[in-house]
Design a protein around this ligand. Structure first.
Ligand code: FAD
Length: 466
């Protein structure tokens, strides 16, 4: 049995969880964290698992919120991040907020005390060769240091590592009004894998378009932070409000051009069209084409709900633009989070294209387990798709469209639809139906996760005993 250590680079949310999971499974771990030898633009301490901004892990409601469900699944997996968050929680209504210093110290002390973990404070500058370190997890986060980022880019290819999120809002398909909107590709073009009706189209008349453009210009925006301004900006992905500011016709000749589309609900030709493109393989989520934005979240909801067909839109995530180093994971990672071109290297955390403390730690949890199984010569089975962990990992490794890939939070839209024997919508009315559907998905997820854990953790025990 190989006892060569797993080398985890980056001791943030993901790297700390990965180290814990691997060590708990019996693997030997070396955790390389560059702070305090080298600082990032936003971390303020030398603690492992520092929370760089908010002190909230968001909703803790596992029955009706996908983030709460992820909390619960991670607890079932023996997560150090969740154990430390629970121990240092502060009153915050339905959210799980923590004392940030107590939380980080707890994580650090647990790892320092673990006999299988060795923490080294150093910056890793290049990608390790398989002959040197055969089992590597890179969890260096959205602010991966420049030399390592360059090495990753050299290995994956220029277009496969991004330095900015440019996220357009993502809408749940079932919240779109199809008495107004319709499916059609421009000029009914099929394209690769398409059927000529790949986009959802929302029509605007002249007055609605002009009102929208004005609202985009007037809407309240968030500003770039000083350290973000130094990162090179990309030209092909301008915020929608910047396009709107360039002149009233810019959007109508850009992403909102009405050509090649016929509204089946009306004889009137649309003056402009907002298109939404499928965002996940399940077809439950659609992103608003060309609508990447720095508008404040409240403004986005208010303004985008004035678009005909989107009056009742529920957003799986709102738009944003900020500095973030992340891979085109659906293209470059396999289902075990290994780099296809260098399978001795796994990635974890925000750099894999998930978004948020919890999501980053969740991918760290899986990478740590996978790395441990590799070290201990055991096979890896990713968690099932109906679980939040499985759905999130599936989204970044194959569920998302690699040509439009942008970071994603956990949400119910990533979990497969319920079958009729699992949930009958006719049993519920109005708002109760949406709540009951969430609860049924959550209950199904926890059942599926428990089965996965029973199978995998008992297989590990058998392997360890033999
Ligand atoms: C400014 C900002 C604010 C954010 N605010 C929130 C928020 O409020 N809520 C939320 O849920 N998410 C937030 N996020 C997103 C994300 O959840 C966090 O960035 C989260 O910390 C990601 O976890 P991670 O483990 O992937 O990366 P990190 O927690 O950043 O950990 C990466 C670690 O790798 C180390 N490192 C980097 N390069 C090297 C190297 N070459 N060698 C060795 N070590 C290295 C870093 O020092 C760091 O400790 C924010 C992100 C940013 C950039």
């Amino acid at each position: 049995m190989s006892k060569e250590a797993i080398h985890i680079i980056g001791g943030g949310l993901a790297g700390s969880e990965a180290a814990w999971q691997a060590a708990e499974a019996g693997a030997q771990v070396v955790l390389h964290e560059m702070r305090p030898v080298r600082e990032t633009e936003v971390h303020e301490t030398d603690s492992l698992a520092e929370l760089v901004c908010s002190n909230s892990f968001r909703s803790d409601d596992w029955e009706y919120n996908a983030v709460g469900l992820l909390h619960q699944e991670m607890r079932l997996c023996g997560s150090l991040i969740m154990r430390s968050a629970d121990k240092h929680k502060l009153p915050a209504g339905g959210a799980l907020a923590v004392d940030r210093h107590g939380f980080s110290s707890e994580v650090q002390h647990a790892l320092e005390a673990h006999p299988n973990v060795n923490i080294v404070r150093e910056e890793i500058l290049k990608l390790p060769a398989a002959d040197d370190w055969s089992n590597v997890i890179i969890a260096t986060g959205p602010l991966t240091s420049p030399d390592l980022a360059q090495a990753i880019q050299d290995m994956t290819g220029e277009d496969e590592l991004a330095f900015f999120d440019a996220i357009a809002p993502i809408v749940y398909k079932d919240s779109i009004d199809f008495d107004v909107a319709w499916f059609q590709s421009r000029y009914d073009k099929g394209g690769p894998g398409g059927d000529g009706a790949d986009y959802i189209n929302c029509p605007l008349n002249k007055e609605q378009y002009e009102t929208l453009v004005q609202a985009l210009v007037d809407g309240e925006k968030t500003e770039f932070k000083d350290w973000e301004k130094s990162t090179p900006y990309f030209d092909g992905c301008l915020p929608i409000e910047v396009m709107a500011e360039r002149g009233p016709e810019t959007l109508r000749h850009g992403p909102m051009k009405p050509v090649g589309l016929t509204n089946p609900h009306s004889d009137e030709k649309p003056y402009a069209v907002v298109q939404l493109r499928q965002d996940n393989a399940l077809g439950s989520l659609y992103n608003m084409v060309g609508c990447q934005t720095k508008l404040k979240h409240g403004e986005q909801k208010r303004i985008f709900r004035t678009i005909p067909g989107l009056e009742g839109a529920a957003f799986a995530r709102l738009g944003g633009l900020h500095r973030n180093t992340f891979l085109n994971s659906p293209k470059v990672l396999d289902e075990e989070l290994r780099l296809r071109s260098a399978p001795h290297i796994r990635f974890a955390g925000q750099i894999t294209g998930v978004e948020g403390y919890l999501e980053s730690a969740a991918i760290g949890l899986l990478a740590g387990r996978y790395g441990a199984n590799q070290q201990l010569s055991r096979s890896n089975t990713p968690p099932p798709l109906p679980t939040a962990l499985g759905a999130l990992a599936n989204h970044i490794t194959s569920g998302a469209d690699s040509s439009t890939f942008q970071p994603m939070n956990i949400n119910y839209g990533l979990l497969p639809d319920l079958q009729r024997d699992e949930f009958n919508p006719r049993d519920y009315k109005g708002k109760e139906r949406a709540r009951a559907r969430k609860r049924a998905k959550s209950e199904r997820a926890l059942r599926a996760l428990q089965i996965w854990l029973n199978e995998n953790d008992s297989a590990s025990e058998v392997a360890a005993a033999s």
